[in-house]
Design a protein around this ligand. Structure first.
Ligand SMILES: Nc1ncnc2c1ncn2[C@@H]1O[C@H](COP(=O)(O)OP(=O)(O)O)[C@@H](O)[C@H]1O
Ligand SMILES: [Mg+2]
Length: 400
């Protein structure tokens, strides 16, 4: 198996553990050599150059045959699709993978399939206010290629739209991207937000979990915090959300591997915000355990990748959740106190502070790295939510 591990991914350890648990013979494609890995099992790639990187992978496969390619996060999905097509391995069509990597392309493809989604328009430089007026306020303005809420801002009128555009273009400069790239302008879709986690087996979506996001996400910036499963939405609304999610996947033409689909429910009806050909971000996947043995999400994904049949494993019975620890303000992280107290909180199963002391942190829209993660289990979603909030209140975060 070839794992595509972008240098900055949060997912490396969990996928490496899963590969070991399954006894898979592993090679790694990454931007930098991996310590302790046999250099013969390493393929250098550049996630910003998917075609070239896919060629490197296919050349490598001549020396060392590959049965499966797994991109652990967004940045590798197109490389994996291109290389797997070339090698005749099960894969997502590269066009479908590419559409999930460009928010404008995603909207255009979903529009062709008449999948419910926010009204949208693409604004070239200086055109944001015009497009916002056509779309209708309030709007959400975002770059085409970033993630984790980076560069995503709500605007309620023309002044806010102009200010948001300026701020987003500065974020693009800092990210080393073209600041004059078109921006996506969408109608703000009110209502509760959910995330659907699943695996595609030959185009069939197996839903692993649906997460609620109980903190209101009304902007102007969108910092994700709590995720809790099972969802507390009405079962009929949930069924409808899954039907819309399936329609989005079919319209895009995604076929194999993980999908992470974000929807909002407005007036009881689900609308697609985003479809990604990856599993849930950061370390949040650790909230999910399957079957009696507590099999991990990554083990399920690797099993799928090596062609094993869909297991009859359901998510464990307790409610579960994760919290992306909110970043209090931008600056240099000096210390996080209270980890022990957070971990001792009833229902809390793990506390992971991922930002190293001395590193620069910032909440969205500027930031794109997480501070850390809390995990909880409980009898019901309400108990999990209370545990996460109590534990978060124990943390004292020193930012200079
Ligand atoms: N059209 C919209 N209406 C309401 N909220 C939105 C809209 N677009 C984005 N958001 C909010 O911003 C968050 C991040 O936007 P998204 O498009 O998912 O980009 P990414 O997750 O790649 O940063 C969403 O999870 C949602 O809370
Ligand atoms: Mg998103």
């Amino acid at each position: 198996m070839l794992l595509i591990l972008p240098t900055s991914t949060y997912r490396a350890a969990d996928f490496l553990d899963a590969a070991e648990a399954l006894g898979l013979e592993l090679s790694v494609a990454s931007e930098e050599p991996v310590p302790l890995l046999d250099p013969d099992r390493f393929v250098p790639i550049d996630c910003a150059r998917p075609e070239e990187s896919a060629e490197r992978v296919t050349a490598f496969a001549v020396r060392r045959p590959i049965d499966a390619i797994v991109p652990v996060d967004d940045r590798g999905v197109l490389i994996a699709a291109l290389a797997a097509r070339h090698l005749g391995l099960p894969h997502n069509p590269p066009d479908a993978a590419a559409a999930t990597r460009n928010k404008g392309m995603l909207r255009r493809v979903l529009a062709r399939g008449e999948v419910p989604q926010p009204r949208f328009g693409l604004a070239t430089s200086d055109g944001v206010v015009d497009v916002a007026e056509q779309v209708g306020y309030p709007v959400v303005i975002k770059p085409l290629s970033l993630s984790a809420g980076q560069g995503v801002l709500r605007a309620d009128d023309a002044d806010e739209a102009r200010a948001a555009e300026e701020r987003i273009r500065r974020i693009l400069v800092t990210a080393g991207l073209d600041p004059n790239q078109p921006l996506l302008v969408e109608r703000f879709q009110p209502g509760p937000e959910i995330a659907v986690e699943g695996i595609l087996y030959g185009g069939e979506l197996d839903v692993l979990a649906v997460f609620d996001k109980p903190d209101p996400l009304d902007g102007p910036a969108f910092e994700e915090t709590i995720l809790i499963t099972p969802s507390r939405l009405h079962p009929e609304v949930l069924d409808e959300a899954l039907a819309v999610a399936r329609r989005a996947v079919r319209t895009l033409g995604l076929m194999e591997g993980p999908v992470h689909i974000e929807l909002r429910v407005t007036d009881g009806r689900p609308w697609i915000l985003e479809v990604a050909a990856r599993s849930i971000g950061g370390l949040c996947g650790r909230a999910l355990r399957f079957g009696l043995l507590g099999t991990s999400l990554e083990v399920l994904l690797l099993r799928h990748a090596v062609g094993r049949p869909k297991p009859e494993l359901r998510r464990e019975r307790p409610a579960a959740g994760a919290m992306m620890v909110p970043i209090p303000r931008a600056g240099i992280l000096r210390a996080v106190h209270g980890r022990e107290a957070a971990l001792a909180t009833d229902g809390i199963t793990d506390v992971q502070i991922t930002a190293p002391p001395g590193s620069r942190i910032a909440p969205p829209p500027e930031g794109d790295r997480y501070l850390g993660f809390l995990f909880a289990r409980g009898d019901d979603p309400g108990a999990v939510e209370r545990s996460l909030r109590r534990a978060a209140a124990q943390l004292v975060i020193e930012v200079e």
